[in-house]
Ligand binder design. Structure first.
Ligand SMILES: C[S@@+](CC[C@H](N)C(=O)[O-])C[C@H]1O[C@@H](n2cnc3c(N)ncnc32)[C@H](O)[C@@H]1O
Length: 289
């Protein structure tokens, strides 16, 4: 297992994924009843943007770096969009010194810690022993959090359905192993079988080969109720051209997340675009219900 998220934290794909997550949390929080956030591939929770790994790629500069000026002040989108981004920006502000250049970017656990309520539960799973240790240092003291070290597929099987019967499950593998795409779609299937009323997000990369099309086709073939696909490319996807974009397959996206993403998507594409091949799409794979 070679993948370390520290090289990629805060890139365009993280920006999209975490904004979607924060909007899903906002909808779930409209009801008082607590819910579970299950992060099956959690990473370490918080990333140093000037750390050795991030400095090697500087991917964050074309991601979250496009939303802040060099002194750390937000560079706003339209006011409609900024309203929808407020909780994402608040979580970033919580791990950065005010009036200073950005120094840190939260991972999905960091965004959850900043945003969920005292009665919500946060279950974080990570396979890499060193990253699991760093995740524990970051989050274990929080009373809402439980951390497990192991296979994402086992965490999904062990913890769904949650007693709350409300929840958001993030499936966010690195796709570095040959059968990881198949296993990711299987996790979505297994999670849904146990918890058909839950909200799920399956992240996938767009890299100019057939991987993203394959994942989308396999997920669509599951024919689960209310499957929404969103995809944001920052440039044209060409073979061997690296990560041109990313997508999320959302199952049971809490209303009105799809409408919010229809507003945000084009603005994110314009902010993150690297050339004229940038694109945004939002499609229901199965009927919205
Ligand atoms: C894309 S990163 C996660 C990023 C994180 N969700 C975020 O948004 O901040 C994928 C993580 O999954 C871990 N991982 C890889 N294979 C795994 C598996 N089979 N089960 C659980 N975690 C795994 C990696 O060590 C890595 O930290």
């Amino acid at each position: 297992m070679n993948y370390r998220h520290a090289y990629h934290a805060g890139n365009h794909a993280d920006v999209l994924k975490h904004i979607v997550m924060m909007r899903a949390f906002a909808q779930l929080k409209k009801k008082d009843k607590p819910f579970l956030f299950l992060d099956a591939h959690a990473g370490i929770g918080l990333y140093a943007l000037w750390g050795d790994e991030a400095l090697k790629t500087l991917e964050w500069q074309d991601g979250v770096g496009r939303f802040y000026d060099p002194s750390g002040m937000p560079v706003p989108l339209s006011s409609d969009c900024e309203q929808l981004l407020a909780s994402w920006r608040m979580a970033i502000a919580a791990v950065n010194a005010s009036g200073q250049p950005l120094s840190h970017y939260p991972g999905s656990p960091g965004f959850a810690l900043a945003n969920l309520r005292p009665a919500d539960r946060i279950l974080l799973n990570e396979l890499h022993p060193e990253d699991h240790g760093r995740l524990s240092d970051f989050a274990a003291r929080d009373g809402r959090v439980k951390i497990t070290e192991g296979e994402a597929a086992s965490a999904i099987k062990a913890h769904l359905p949650p007693p709350e019967r409300r929840g958001f499950v993030l499936i966010d593998p690195p796709y570095e192993l040959e059968d990881e795409a198949r296993r990711a779609v299987q996790m979505l299937r297994d999670g849904y079988r146990r918890f058909a009323t839950g909200a799920f997000a399956l992240w996938y990369p767009v890299t100019g080969d057939r991987l993203s099309e394959h994942i989308v086709a396999e997920a669509k073939a599951l024919d689960l109720a209310k499957m929404l696909k969103i995809e944001l490319c920052v440039r044209e996807a060409v073979r061997e051209g690296g990560l041109a974009g990313s997508g999320l397959i959302l199952v049971n996206p809490p209303w009105p997340l799809a409408d919010e993403l229809a507003v945000l998507g084009p603005a994110l594409r314009d902010r993150l675009k690297q050339n004229d091949g940038a694109s945004w799409s939002l499609d229901w794979l199965t009927a919205p219900g």
